[in-house]
Design a protein around this ligand. Structure first.
Ligand code: PLP
Length: 379
């Protein structure tokens, strides 16, 4: 089945009791048993919920994986994956990481004895040099937030596979419409479903998709044992959102490319980060690894004045200033003070994240209005 058909149909069956074409919201905490232990496969809603089951199967299909497991947020999913490890285990993560992922690693799991190394993956020799016999997992994000750099998934997978190290890819920025890490050799894909998959800025959720049965069982065990499950209404909203994922992503990509091109020729703009621009250092890799370049663009202004960047962000009329991304509406973010504030300034600057960087999540509005808004705001 091709992507658009899977987005609408995979895992979704008419409701067996009524024929309802849309998966019902099973808003229930428990299920009646005929006799103790004799039930229809559903006992308690933390453990199983039919709305969630359908969504999990749909997500697995979109990522070409065997198992999908949903959590109450993207970080809930990250938490579950980190709980696969024990004190002393080493995890290598890319230096250019979502702030919350960095925070849960360093401020939560490091306290429990897991060891983390953050490595710049622009050069894979750095990764090879960081690996030790205790290395159990490599965690990457591509494209990265907010600098839109790419990591070569196939090349990293070749290194991890040879050493029996698990490779996790955070695929939030690309969405399964643009990139399928499992097909490129990753072991686990993780999503903040909150972003493009949900797509309408109305739900917080996370998911993992994978092929290995034993790991899937452990992650499902953690889902139930630790309890970070999404509610059925949220599962319904995401199922509904996914039905237009392909259409939304097409427009996100079209609009973002036009905006990146507009910014590129703007005399006040000093740098534009977008993998779809021909002069992006990894444009060729983007063409190979992704089926489109995504909806995220970031840029800096000449002069590197924080005041000027703040003035631009305050002047937007169509772009709203807010955290998050991937919704139908355009958002702008100031990573240094918002999404990446949990990463120390020194660490941020080492990774090339300037305090003056503006990040755009380009929505699916009319691109002419978005460009007009940028024109008037930048001045
Ligand atoms: C938002 C985000 C997360 C965290 O997801 P939540 O749903 O907010 O918990 C993880 N990774 C990336 C790349 C994100 O953008």
């Amino acid at each position: 089945m091709k992507f658009a058909t899977k987005a609408i149909h995979a895992g979704v069956e008419p409701d067996p009791t009524t024929g309802a074409i849309m998966t019902p919201i099973y808003q229930t905490s428990t299920y009646v048993q005929e006799s103790p232990g004799k039930h229809k496969g559903y006992e308690y809603a933390r453990t199983q919920n039919p709305t969630r089951t359908v969504l999990q199967n749909n997500l697995a299909a979109l990522e070409n994986g065997n198992y999908g497991i949903c959590y109450s947020s993207g970080l809930g999913a990250t938490d579950a994956i980190l709980k696969l490890y024990k004190p002393g285990d080493e995890i290598i993560a890319s230096a250019d990481l979502y702030g919350g992922t960095y925070r849960i690693m360093v401020r939560v799991f490091q306290e429990y004895g897991l060891k983390f190394k953050f490595v710049g993956l622009d050069n894979l020799a750095n990764l090879e040099a960081a690996i030790t016999p205790a290395t159990k997992m490599v965690w990457i994000e591509t494209p990265t937030n907010p600098l839109l750099r790419l990591v070569d998934i196939k090349a990293v997978a070749a290194i991890t596979k040879a050493r029996n190290i698990r490779l996790v890819v955070d695929n939030t920025f690309a969405s399964p419409y643009l990139q399928n890490p499992l097909d490129l050799g990753a072991d686990i894909v993780v999503h903040s479903v909150t972003k493009y998959l949900g797509g309408h800025s109305d739900t917080v959720m996370g998911a993992v998709v994978l092929n290995d049965e034993e790991t899937a069982q452990r992650l499902a065990f953690i889902q139930n044992a630790c309890g970070a499950v999404p509610g059925p209404q949220d599962c319904f909203l995401v199922l509904r959102g996914i039905k237009t994922l392909h259409l939304r992503m097409q427009r996100h990509c079209e609009n973002a490319l036009k905006i990146a091109q507009f910014l590129k020729q703007h005399p006040k703009v000093s740098q534009v980060n977008y993998p779809g621009l021909e002069d992006h250092p990894q444009h060729e890799l983007a063409k190979e690894q992704m089926r489109g370049f995504g909806g995220m663009v970031s840029f800096t202004l000449h002069g590197d004045s924080l005041e000027e960047a703040v003035r631009v962000m305050e002047s937007f009329q169509v772009f709203s200033l807010g955290e998050s991304l991937g919704g139908v509406e355009s958002l702008c973010t100031h990573p240094a003070s918002m999404t990446h504030a949990s990463i120390p300034k020194e660490e941020r600057e080492k990774n090339g994240l300037k305090d003056t960087l503006i990040r755009l999540s380009v929505g699916i509005e009319d691109v002419d209005d978005l460009i007009e808004d940028l024109k008037q705001a930048i001045g």
